[in-house]
Ligand binder design. Structure first.
Ligand SMILES: Cc1cc2nc3c(=O)[nH]c(=O)nc-3n(C[C@H](O)[C@H](O)[C@H](O)COP(=O)(O)O)c2cc1C
Length: 161
């Protein structure tokens, strides 16, 4: 699949099969994800592998689509609001790299925002100042949702003098 196709065909997966995923293989995609752009080489991302006890405590309504693996991606805090924002931007690039590499290999991801809840932060033992960019179900898709159309970029462009 070429990159254009890969980007357009990646979907947020709602439900997974019970086929296990290989954490070592996933780590190769996370390692590759680390080649994301990041200011001053801060590499602000951190990854938590969420074990069964922690996962049960999170009590996600849909149990992360019954994914065989759950990962949380954190973004380091910073002393200034600008650096904090840049960290989040870089970590989002890291996440997108990972999502695409997983998808290229037939592995889907379900992005959830549960980590932004204070109670979830506590369960995940998120250090102060860190952001939880997402908590992801990772596994082989049971089904792939239809693509949602996007607004053509021309409608979101301005040409400045
Ligand atoms: C920051 C962020 C938070 C998200 N949180 C959730 C979520 O809590 N639940 C969910 O179902 N999808 C969540 N998503 C995934 C989006 O719903 C999904 O990407 C969007 O509907 C577009 O679908 P697609 O990824 O299949 O193209 C999140 C995506 C982002 C970028």
């Amino acid at each position: 699949m070429d990159l254009m196709e890969l980007i357009k065909e990646r979907r947020n997966i709602k439900q997974f099969t019970n086929q296990p995923v290989d954490l070592q293989q996933i780590m190769t995609w996370l390692d590759a994800g680390s080649f994301a752009p990041n200011h001053r080489m801060v590499q602000p991302w951190e990854v938590l592998v969420v074990g069964p006890e922690t996962r049960a405590k999170l009590n996600h309504k849909a149990n992360f689509g019954d994914a065989p693996l759950v990962l949380a991606v954190l973004s380091k805090g910073a002393d200034s609001a600008v650096d904090q924002e840049e960290n989040l931007i870089a970590t989002s690039c890291f996440v997108q790299n990972f999502l695409l590499l997983a998808w290229q290999n037939g592995v889907g991801t379900r992005w959830t925002s549960i980590g932004s809840r204070p109670v979830a932060r506590e369960i995940l033992a998120v250090p102060e100042g860190y952001s939880v960019v997402g908590v992801f179900g990772v596994g082989y898709p049971l089904n792939v949702p239809f693509s949602k159309s996007r607004t053509p970029i021309a409608g979101k462009m301005k040409h400045l003098q």
